[in-house]
Design a protein around this ligand. Structure first.
Ligand SMILES: C[S@@+](CC[C@H](N)C(=O)[O-])C[C@H]1O[C@@H](n2cnc3c(N)ncnc32)[C@H](O)[C@@H]1O
Length: 302
């Protein structure tokens, strides 16, 4: 069993109080935290639950289980959250009172050199959150076409020079396979001092390796269908593409972001918006700089 300081070393949860407030926890309700990580958010949810409450926490990374919560009301689901619906069916849960998603990776991923998520360490170019998944970041940079790599860098990394970086990588890989983090840094020809660009390059690959956008789309639809009227969904996003998807989904209730209206012009979205992209306070950012890019969106099912 872990103590609080060990959990902090694994991850510091962003906007903890704001997220819990947004969930408006019903003490005997059924809750899902689809991104357990260090368990900071899950533990806070547990504090507000009575004996009749239940929390299911998902994580696709087996490492997260080292933060397990010893409580009969808590269930760990070692799975990708894209299978939310199947798992709720498996546990006989027809509807839920609330769901939290704190997207992306944990500090543990960035700070664990051998996982290959960070350009700060020399390591195999891996980046899989699910360590049993087949495809690594090295597989992608060595096999995708220049066009596909350019698109990923532009879309997921917002790298304006994504095309040039893709070209450099494709040229470098004809000489030698790109197998390690430092190989990718060298192949990209992004100067070492341009750490923001390198971070964006690594972020783009991570999103592709883990199909983060695909999993998010599937989870959002399942969450919409599982939430009971009055139930809340709270989502913390960390980059503009996922934030736009979540924002449009919560406004419209569909992945296309199409807002349907009735004869009188009333919005037919299944959600009422509660938080529309709240950011971490200056104090929190000073304490935890990694919370700088977090945006909290909360909606209630009508
Ligand atoms: C930002 S961390 C969550 C931190 C957590 N809120 C806390 O308080 O410690 C995101 C976690 O979600 C997991 N994760 C990301 N995408 C996932 C997915 N599609 N399915 C399951 N787990 C996922 C990652 O492995 C990581 O542990």
């Amino acid at each position: 069993m872990v103590n609080d300081s060990m959990v902090n070393a694994y991850h510091i949860p962003a906007m903890l109080a704001e997220t819990i407030e947004g969930l408006n926890i019903q003490p005997d309700g059924v809750y899902v935290d689809v991104t357990f990580g260090g368990g900071g958010h899950s533990r806070a949810i547990m504090k507000d639950l009575h004996d009749g409450g239940q929390l299911f926490s998902f994580d696709q990374d087996a490492d997260a289980l080292s933060n397990a919560i010893d409580d009969p009301r808590w269930t760990f689901v070692h799975s990708n959250f894209r299978y939310l619906r199947n798992w709720m069916d498996y546990y006989g849960i027809e509807e839920i009172d609330g769901l939290l998603a704190d997207l992306g990776v944990s500090f543990h991923h960035f700070d664990c050199p051998e996982r290959g998520f960070s350009f700060r360490f020399s390591a195999p170019l891996d980046m899989r959150m699910n360590q049993t998944a087949k495809r690594t970041a090295a597989d992608i940079v060595n096999s995708y076409s220049e066009e596909d790599l350019a698109q990923i860098f532009y879309l997921y990394g917002e790298l304006k020079n994504g095309r040039a970086i893709a070209k450099n990588i494709c040229r470098a890989r004809t000489q030698k396979a790109i197998e390690r983090t430092e190989d990718l840094v060298a192949a990209s020809r992004i100067p070492a001092e341009m750490s923001k660009e390198l971070a964006r390059l690594f972020q783009a690959l991570r999103i592709e390796v883990n199909d983060e956008m695909g999993a998010l789309r599937e989870m959002l639809v399942a969450a919409r269908d599982l939430l009971k009227p009055g139930g809340r969904i709270a989502i913390l996003t960390y980059h503009s593409l996922e934030d736009r998807l979540v924002k449009n989904f919560l406004r419209s209730g569909n992945l296309e972001g199409t807002i349907e209206k009735d004869f009188y012009g009333n919005n037919l979205s299944p959600f009422t918006l509660i938080e529309k992209g709240r950011e971490a306070s200056q104090e929190e950012v000073a304490r935890n700089p990694r919370s700088r890019s977090a945006k909290l969106r909360v909606a209630e099912k009508k």
